[in-house]
Write a protein that binds this ligand. Structure first.
Ligand SMILES: Nc1ncnc2c1ncn2[C@@H]1O[C@H](COP(=O)(O)OP(=O)(O)O)[C@@H](O)[C@H]1O
Ligand SMILES: [Mg+2]
Length: 322
């Protein structure tokens, strides 16, 4: 679908996404047999998803060996940016050459809409795999090379009552993902904003929880509760707490409330936050989800949204900020 619209990724954007200098990317392109999507274009030449994946893989910095495999975007508040960041991180990890499965665990299906699905239509969801015994492979769809998804629609809301009938000590999510675990470098969940059985199950299966918070007045009030709830849930169920990274979002430099929220995070949650980092508010992030087009396909060079996504991804891959 992206290629039919002649969408692709330029060398400069590959550089912006990875932090690898443009001349290094230029050299790899010159040495390889990469064909521009549109032969008539002389400037801002774009390359296919497959070529982008191949070029970026050749530049990748040394990766951690203990990369978190199952990553969950979580907060029981809605509207904080879980879906937005989940969408960007998943689609760009795939453009960087990783094999990614992104799973929409929210019956509202906002992530699925961003991935290009019409959530009014019927399709298989996580519900069919967990309750209906449909093999998980039958629920997986391909978005583009490297990016698979399990989309959701309102049908997924049947999952919660069904799960509450079963013993919640069982981990349905781990069992469901087991057959495809080795196929992916990352399995990434977008969650619904509740304390629900499905979210509990996803937490049990996760290696990393990315807790997205808004940097606005009162936005952090629920954070203590959220972390306390996670700790007591893990101790009750005898599992170790997954690694937690708090990602501050919608940061606005000029507002006092953004600064205050960052100070609270620094003073009280420094073990969990990426130092001195927040995802800034930007129209491009909003547009990207709305138009079902990952940033790298359309953003301007030196885009602050892409720069912030680069930081989040780099932190996930290396445990370090730039
Ligand atoms: N950094 C950001 N800059 C601008 N808009 C953002 C940003 N993060 C999220 N949004 C917008 O905020 C709204 C809620 O985000 P969403 O990802 O749907 O939240 P959640 O999944 O937590 O409910 C959406 O309209 C989204 O486009
Ligand atoms: Mg959402």
């Amino acid at each position: 679908m992206f290629e039919s619209k002649k969408l692709g990724v330029t060398q400069k954007i590959m550089s912006d996404l990875t932090g690898v200098p443009t001349p290094t990317i230029n050299k790899i392109v010159a040495a390889g047999s990469y064909t521009p999507i549109d032969a008539n274009v002389r400037r801002n030449i774009r390359y296919t998803v497959e070529d982008t994946r191949s070029i970026i893989q050749k530049t990748l910095y040394k990766l951690r060996t203990d990369l978190p495999k199952i990553i969950t975007f979580y907060n029981f508040k809605g509207g904080v940016g879980k879906t937005t960041l989940c969408y960007q991180v998943s689609s760009h990890l795939a453009l960087m050459g990783f094999n990614v499965l992104v799973i929409d665990a929210d019956p509202q299906g906002h992530l699925s809409t961003s991935l290009g699905y019409d959530t009014e239509t019927e399709f298989l969801t996580l519900y069919d795999s967990i309750i209906g015994n449909v093999p998980v492979t039958d629920t997986i769809r391909n978005v583009y090379t490297g990016l698979d998804c399990i989309p959701s629609n309102i049908g997924l809301s049947r999952l919660e009552p069904s799960l509450s009938d079963k013993s919640h000590s069982q981990n349905f999510i781990s069992a469901c993902l087991n057959p495809v675990l080795s196929k992916y470098d990352f399995i990434i969940f977008d969650t619904n904003p509740t304390i629900s059985h499905i979210n509990r199950n996803i937490i049990m299966a996760s290696d990393l929880l990315s807790v997205v918070v808004e940097t606005q007045a009162y936005a952090l009030n629920g954070l203590k509760l959220l972390l306390g709830d996670l700790r007591s849930f893990c101790s009750e169920t005898n599992i170790s707490l997954p690694k937690i990274t708090i990602i501050p979002n919608k940061y606005e430099e000029r507002t006092a409330s953004s600064g205050e929220a960052m100070a609270v995070l620094r003073d009280h949650y420094s073990d969990y936050v990426i130092p001195n980092f927040a995802v800034r508010r930007s129209e491009e992030l909003h547009t990207s989800c709305k138009t079902a087009t990952p940033l790298a396909f359309f953003c301007r060079t030196n885009s602050i949204a892409l720069e912030d996504m680069k930081e989040v991804i780099k932190y996930l891959l290396t445990g370090k900020e730039s």
